[in-house]
Design a protein around this ligand. Structure first.
Ligand code: AP5
Ligand code: MG
Length: 188
């Protein structure tokens, strides 16, 4: 089974993915985490990524596509991937379908965590004191949210039409959401 976990910045994608990994023996493919790792290496590509992430925009589709293909094509992750932060625009959604088809896989469900901008601001400001993420400054977080609204939200319609979308109230507690997701996955 492959899952897409979808939602605005700070919605809880990473938090819930970690729980799914443990409970269902899956693999979390967080494009954001991969990019942050690359950034920390301070290579020329890392520097380029850093300036994009710092602006709250999206890194190029090509860079991220190469990254996810490495995982999708690897037999050890076959049919046990949670896509956390991919796709983020329609082009990426179509690319994901093509890649999965090439490696004889598919998406089983898309979980969308719905949260308000107020909640996002609060969660990101709380995380700022725990983790050191350059893009957690309020100003950049708002830009990330705008990028989400403009480029990423349209992808929801795409998955709705494919009958894959499950909307989850991301305002609930972490445990309540865990339970809801767990029930959904157990039925697949
Ligand atoms: P990415 O790392 O994916 O960041 P994001 O989408 O902005 O989301 P976050 O990681 O901030 O939030 P989350 O939903 O994982 O929430 P979390 O669980 O941490 O991407 C970063 C950047 O990389 C992008 O801006 C872009 O530039 C680039 N990028 C990444 N993917 C790309 C792609 N495909 N294409 C192009 N560019 C790409 O939770 C947040 C906080 O809230 C935590 O402190 C948590 O403890 C808390 N929390 C979680 N759930 C709850 C709850 N239910 N109740 C209370 N608190 C909660
Ligand atoms: Mg995350």
């Amino acid at each position: 089974m492959n899952i897409v976990i979808f939602g605005p910045p700070g919605a809880g994608k990473g938090t819930q993915s970690k729980f799914i990994v443990e409970r269902f023996n899956m693999y979390q493919l967080s494009t954001g985490e991969f990019l942050r790792k690359e950034m920390s290496k301070n290579t020329s590509i890392g520097k380029k990524i850093s300036s994009v992430i710092n602006s709250g925009s999206l890194v190029s589709d090509k860079i991220v596509s190469d990254l996810i293909e490495k995982i999708i094509s690897d037999k050890q992750y076959q049919n046990r991937i949670i896509f956390d932060g991919y796709p983020r625009n329609l082009n990426q959604a179509k690319n994901l379908d093509n890649l999965l088809q090439r490696y004889k896989q598919k998406i089983h469900i898309v979980l969308k965590l719905s949260v308000s901008l107020e909640t996002i601001k609060k969660r990101i400001s709380e995380r700022r004191s725990l983790e050191k993420r350059i893009d957690d400054v309020e100003e950049i977080a708002i830009k990330r949210y705008k990028t989400y609204e403009k480029s990423t939200e349209p992808v929801i319609e795409y998955y709705k039409k494919l009958n894959l979308l499950k909307v989850i109230d991301g305002e609930n507690t972490i445990n309540q959401i865990n339970k809801e997701i767990s029930d959904i996955i157990s039925l697949i």
